[in-house]
Design a protein around this ligand. Structure first.
Ligand SMILES: [Zn+2]
Length: 507
């Protein structure tokens, strides 16, 4: 048995062994037997003519076999045979028996990467964030590091997902992207990866979060999710446009739903499911048997109970994260501003004109976005009335009064109670309202501002109509004449609602 020393590049074929015992009378026989034991060796050693490749030397003891009898050199029982491929240097010798180069050390790697990427100092990032709104700051640290604090507005992206998500995180490839980690090492490697993908304005934050914090720059504590919340919201948190940052926005959001009926039911259910942290419900109606074909918050057992009470129970049971605030009262000019003021987004789910104008005017005065919808028989409409907020860069669009300066005369437009409504219709339209509310909270997508989405259940068609702000609008126009809430019953020519009337009876 001869002992054969296997060079590193061939050890993959010998299961990592550096020396193996092989029988054989001559060097050639030993090497053929070696190939029999570890297939693939021969083709690395021999050329087509069966000679040892010219860049490989084979030694018996300390003599190269070309100085002896070549492959015919006889070997003794205790001979040692060494296979020594030429050292090429630089190139990976895989496949031709060459020796692999030494891997880079951490220091060599970092020196190389830092010479190839751009770094930004914490002071420069702070002033860049003040000048430009389109800087994307990405925090690639591990969750336990992020928990202690982060740069405000940073998007938390697991390092392993960075290259996969970056396309969704930036709107334009040349947008400035600043990546940070704890100290600037991981972010440098990440910046290199994005740069290699072709993103030209990628920076690694020099010194990382420790430098930012050390410089006394503003930090924020991110919301800490419980394991239960991580599991509950996992399917939407994984969406690049949501993430933990978006989920935190949802949990911090406050949405008021005016009318807990046909439209309000799907809106409330989906917003609660999505984890909208505070949901206000205003409705002073009780559950009626005729509600149940469309108002999916309620069951037969709930008949006669106040709607907001049943709805609150149902939403809390669905998601204990949700704080439900109920108003078992009609919305009037004297309570509307106080109630609406407490919310970020208002959803309209009523079907009477006084409340429509009241909610619209209150939202314009308070500059709150209003997700409006209406349904009639087999048709529905959805739009978002969003007042301009110049200091936040929100352009805004038309309001309800821009579209309908005056209400129809009483009795001209029949209500759902009179004309009927397909029970599924508020499900479709209310769900679209929930989508719009979530988009507004997250700040993603194109809200239905200045667009009226029309749905026809019979033709199963959606159409989008453009609607514009009216500069002459009495409430949101250039010279508004309505600066406070008015008497909407009088304006609409209908009698004022009394408690427990159908006035707020929702769609
Ligand atoms: Zn208007």
């Amino acid at each position: 048995m001869a002992t054969v020393y296997i060079p590193t590049p061939l050890r993959r074929l010998t299961g990592g062994q550096s020396k193996v015992e092989v029988p054989g009378e001559t060097v050639g026989e030993v090497l053929r037997n070696l190939d029999a034991q570890y297939p693939g060796i021969a083709e690395r050693l021999f050329d087509d003519n069966g000679n040892v490749k010219r860049f490989i030397n084979v030694f018996v003891g300390d003599s190269e076999i070309r100085t002896l009898q070549g492959l015919d050199t006889r070997v003794s029982e205790d001979a040692s045979i060494s296979i020594v491929p030429a050292m090429a240097g630089g190139q990976d010798g895989r496949g031709n028996g060459q020796r692999a180069p030494r891997p880079l050390t951490r220091e060599q790697l970092m020196a190389r990467v830092l010479s190839q990427i751009k770094e930004i100092s914490v002071q420069d990032l702070a002033s860049l964030l003040k000048q430009r709104k389109d800087v994307v700051v990405i925090d690639i640290r591990e969750p336990h590091e992020v928990e202690k604090g982060q740069i405000p507005g940073a998007k938390v992206v697991p390092r392993g997902f960075l290259e996969l998500w970056i396309d969704d995180l930036v709107r334009r490839p040349d947008q400035p992207v600043v990546i940070y980690c704890a100290g600037g090492v991981r972010s440098a490697l990440a910046a290199k990866a994005l740069q290699d993908m072709g993103y030209p304005n990628v920076y690694s934050l020099a010194g990382g979060y420790s430098a930012w914090e050390g410089a006394g720059l503003p930090t924020q504590k991110p919301r800490i999710f419980t394991p239960e919340q991580r599991e509950r919201y996992s399917r939407q948190v994984i969406l690049p446009d949501v993430g933990e940052e978006g989920q935190a926005k949802l949990l911090d959001a406050r949405v008021l739903i005016v009318g807990a009926g046909g439209l309000g039911s799907p809106v409330a259910l989906y917003l609660a499911a999505a984890g909208v942290g505070t949901i206000g419900l205003i409705d002073h109606d009780r559950v009626d048997l005729s509600n149940l074909h469309r108002q999916v918050l309620y069951t037969t057992e709930d008949i006669g109970r106040p709607k907001v009470e049943v709805a609150a129970e149902r939403l809390r049971a669905m998601n204990p994260d949700v704080n439900v605030i109920t108003y078992d009262e009609p919305l009037f000019s004297d309570n509307a501003l106080d109630i609406l003021r407490e919310y970020d987004v208002v959803i309209n789910g009523t079907d009477n004109f006084p409340t429509r104008y009241l909610v619209n005017d209150a939202c314009v005065l308070l500059r709150k976005p209003l997700v409006d919808a209406s349904i009639f028989m087999f048709e529905g409409q959805v739009t978002v009335y969003r007042p301009a907020v110049p200091e936040l860069g929100i352009e805004g669009g038309p309001c309800y009064r821009c579209l309908y300066p005056d209400p129809p005369p009483p009795g001209e437009v029949p209500s759902c109670a009179e004309a009927g409504v397909l029970g599924v219709l508020p499900g479709v339209i209310g769900t679209l309202q929930a989508v719009e509310a979530i988009k507004l909270i997250l700040g993603v997508g194109e809200p239905l501002v200045g667009r009226l989405l029309m749905y026809d259940a019979l033709s199963q068609e959606f159409r989008v109509l453009k609607v514009a702000r009216n500069p002459e609008c009495p409430v949101c126009g250039d010279n508004p004449t309505i600066r406070e809430l008015i008497d909407y019953e009088q304006f609409c020519g209908v009698p004022a609602p009394r408690p427990r009337t159908e006035a707020l009876a929702s769609a």
